[in-house]
Write a protein that binds this ligand. Structure first.
Ligand code: SF4
Length: 502
């Protein structure tokens, strides 16, 4: 929601009441869109912060719960602006110009100058707000579906242009938004000045309902009326218990109740709902510092989640801070570094025990180097008694191939790496060779056909449970593998070759 001050019953029934329910079913993010407020109110930002706090207090008073959902302020999460800028590079102008609300709003708010770049771009800022959290659903009313459709188009374009799957295409979660009449019978809206505040003092709210229009019904109280044509009748439909709504309907049609008591009943129904919300708001207002702190805390939590997405986005657009690829480019003449991965950022591994280093390298390889379209799962969920055991647990590829991943460092820096493999049947070996000096890691993915025969021979000649020793060594510009000192196989071409894992 944009921070435009206190909320009214229309805002509550149209969105907030649904959100309060959704937080029990989903992991939700709700925010106060203060940057969006600036797209139309840029000329006078004096009330933005006050209004932001106001909306936050209304959220919390209405039942949004920071223990269940993340509730934050948009401008406290700068990733929204960064993503907006990046998506702006690849979004065609026509997509923004044809968003239906763009023209509509320009006409509705003709008193404001809306010929600014920010206003044209607000649907893209919305798309960024959404995609940053990689959500499954966006809970909106019917009038907002065009924005979600644009979001989906932007996500699709980004994914296909950069051959990635960073963004999901979120679905609309249509939420019920009953028509709440304003005190003059038109739709409740701030711009009509006909609102009843969500946290308005119950006495003031009741007085407003008492003076509500009856839409021309029952000018003489002896006349029968049609409650479907009276805004008070509509209030009953939304806020009264079914038996009270039915009773007032009957009484109106039979002219057996007075409008005054019908309105009193309606006021009673509204205040039964808003009374506790009003009290909670009063309580929160007395602890404004705590509430603000909570919002800042929650904004930091949102920023941490948003940053995860941005890391992936920056990587895709070649904007990440990792210098690896560039360093390798400049070091291309050094054959060791061709296709090798940079480990500079992980210098602290070298102080770890070797087994732990091996485990961490394996995890690093799986989460950072493995292409996204390769799916490896752990064969079992057993909790391993020892690290050794864990290291031997193979992965399974999507096609259920058993993949053994192991690491070796060239201790003597003599271009030779010594691996050990349990004498078991794995369909693919992944050998991670790495070198401390120069900080690089190289991966070879080796299908069974390269080692089946010498491996079977070695198994026979070794004792039960003895591991099979392998050596990888550099020979000129070739990389050779030999199993248990047997004949060498050329594995140069298998460098970073992930095909056997697919
Ligand atoms: S009785 Fe109630 S619903 Fe009927 S006209 Fe009067 S205020 Fe409206």
């Amino acid at each position: 929601m944009r921070p435009t001050g206190k909320l009214h019953l229309g805002n509550y029934m149209g969105a907030l009441a649904n959100w309060v329910k959704l937080q029990d079913q989903y992991e939700c993010y709700f925010f106060i869109a203060d940057w969006h407020a600036l797209t139309t109110d840029f000329a006078d930002p004096s009330r933005i912060k006050l209004n932001t706090i106001d909306v936050a207090l209304e959220y919390l008073a209405a039942g949004l719960d920071p223990e269940k959902s993340t509730i934050f302020i948009q401008s406290h999460v700068p990733q929204h602006a960064e993503l907006n800028l990046l998506l702006g590079m690849m979004t065609p102008l026509g997509w923004l110009e044809r968003v239906p609300t763009y023209k509509e709003q320009q006409e509705n708010l003709s008193s404001k100058d809306l010929s600014n770049f920010g206003f044209l771009g607000y649907p893209l800022l919305m798309a960024s707000d959404i995609l940053l959290y990689q959500p499954q659903f966006v809970p909106v009313g019917q009038d907002q579906t065009a924005h979600v459709e644009l979001t989906r188009e932007v996500a699709r374009r980004f994914n296909s242009m950069y051959k990635t799957d960073v963004f999901p295409e979120p679905d609309v979660l249509l939420t019920p938004s009953p028509k709440v009449p304003g005190t003059d019978g038109r739709k409740m809206s701030k711009s009509y000045g006909n609102t009843i505040g969500l946290t308005e003092d119950p006495v003031a709210a009741a007085a407003k309902i008492q003076s509500m229009s009856t839409g021309g019904q029952r000018i003489r109280q002896t006349d029968a009326g049609d409650p479907d044509l009276c805004p008070v009748g509509d209030l009953h439909k939304v806020f009264s218990a079914p038996e009270i709504a039915a009773e007032t309907q009957r009484g109106c049609r039979a002219a057996s109740i007075r409008c005054e008591s019908c309105k009193m009943e309606a006021a009673q129904s509204v205040c039964t709902l808003t009374g506790p919300i009003h009290s909670r708001r009063m309580e929160l207002e007395s602890k404004i510092d705590e509430t603000w702190e909570k919002l800042c805390e929650q904004s930091a939590k949102a920023a941490a989640r948003a940053e995860q997405t941005m890391l992936a986005v920056r990587e895709v657009l070649n904007l990440s801070h990792d210098l690896g690829a560039v360093r390798r480019h400049f070091a291309a003449s050094s054959e060791d570094l061709v296709k090798a991965h940079d480990l500079t950022e992980h210098a602290d591994w070298w102080a770890l025990p070797q087994d732990e280093q091996a485990k961490q390298l394996r995890d690093y390889w799986k989460s950072n180097l493995l292409p996204r379209d390769v799916q490896l799962s752990q064969e079992s969920n057993r909790v391993f008694a020892s690290l050794d055991r864990e290291l031997e647990e193979p992965f399974l590829s999507a096609k259920k191939k058993r993949v053994f991943v192991t690491t070796a460092r060239d201790e003597a820096q003599a271009d030779e790496w010594n691996f050990e493999i349990p004498a078991k049947s794995y369909e693919v070996w992944t050998l991670l060779r790495w070198r401390k000096q120069g900080c690089w890691l190289d991966d070879f993915v080796i299908p069974q056909k390269y080692y089946a025969q010498p491996f079977a021979k070695a198994k026979k000649s070794l004792k039960k449970d003895e591991k099979i020793p392998l050596t990888v060594r550099k020979d000129g510009d070739r990389i050779l593998l030999s199993i248990h000192n047997g004949e060498s196989v050329d594995i140069t071409e298998l460098r970073s070759n992930y095909e056997p894992l697919k």
